[in-house]
Design a protein around this ligand. Structure first.
Ligand code: XBP
Ligand code: MG
Length: 259
């Protein structure tokens, strides 16, 4: 029986449902603080998620949804300031415990740790946001559970480009076929797949449920707990409804047999 050597997690939407009630709200608070009357509704934010990365998302909003805005001369500086303010608001919200981890996440992380399966993060969000979420939802020092945290501007091209996954794999000295990736969005799946990772577990949320996950190994509603079992939207859910190492090993080996 082969087992994955590492589990690589996306953060937003995967470890926690941070987009609608976390990032979106933090953006709006930053806009208000800057005296802007912009208000990103739940629906509009879903469309803005087409573009990953907060600075890139503000630029996309101006290009596609608010062309009449009189742009300041130093647009990049203006966006960077707004985004710094958004990050401050977001970190404050996380410190207040605004968003919990998704079902099964802590359980799987702890099981992997205990079994010596290496852990890493590959995300487009700002590094401070990752440590703020981990700090408010997991025991002290839990950022150290992750051997590598690949985040934000560390690579030039954000998801759906494969760069952040390739960077994490390189840092860990692992090949794509030795790992499993955990994602919530089509952009995330594309990034992992383009980096050569074929084992991709998707847990959807309201923003991503109807996206195309043809390259995923399995699509679930969440990672499952005994009291609220995981259900599959595509592929085989775990029999007991709980995504654990034994289930992941079954997926991992099924693919080897199929190849
Ligand atoms: C996450 C993102 C990020 C966050 C905002 O995508 O797209 O842009 O919404 O983060 P993924 P910043 O889950 O695919 O990594 O504002 O810090 O960029
Ligand atoms: Mg995500």
């Amino acid at each position: 029986m082969y087992r994955p050597q590492a589990l690589i997690f996306d953060v937003d939407g995967t470890l926690a449902d941070t987009e609608r009630d976390g990032h979106r709200v933090a953006f709006n608070r930053a806009f208000g603080e800057a005296g802007l009357d912009w208000d990103w509704s739940v629906d509009l934010y879903g469309r803005l998620l087409n573009v990953t990365g907060g600075k890139e998302r503000i630029q996309y909003f101006l290009d596609e949804f608010h062309r009449s805005f009189r742009r300041p001369e130093d647009l990049n500086g203006f966006i960077a300031d707004l985004h710094r303010s958004k990050t401050r608001h977001y970190m404050r919200m996380m410190a207040e415990g605004a968003i919990p981890l998704r079902p099964g996440v802590r359980r799987l992380l702890e099981e992997a740790r205990a079994a010596g399966v290496r852990l890493a993060i590959a995300t487009t969000t700002t590094p401070e946001n990752v440590t703020a979420l981990i700090g408010s939802t997991l025991p002290a020092g839990a950022a150290g559970w992750f051997e590598v945290i690949g985040a934000g501007d560390i690579v030039e091209r954000k998801k759906p480009a494969p760069d952040i996954y390739s960077w994490v794999l390189q840092q860990m000295g692992l090949k794509p076929r030795e790992v499993m990736a955990f994602e919530d969005s089509a952009h995330g799946v594309t990034a992992a797949h383009q980096a050569g990772i074929s084992q991709i577990v998707v847990t959807v949320n309201d923003y991503t449920r109807s996206q195309d996950f043809a390259d995923a190994t399995v699509v679930l509603d969440h990672l499952g707990e005994r009291a609220s079992p995981a259900k599959a939207l595509a592929g085989e859910a775990p029999q007991d409804g709980v995504v654990n190492l034994s289930y992941l090993e079954t997926l991992f080996n099924a693919e080897r047999i199929a190849v």
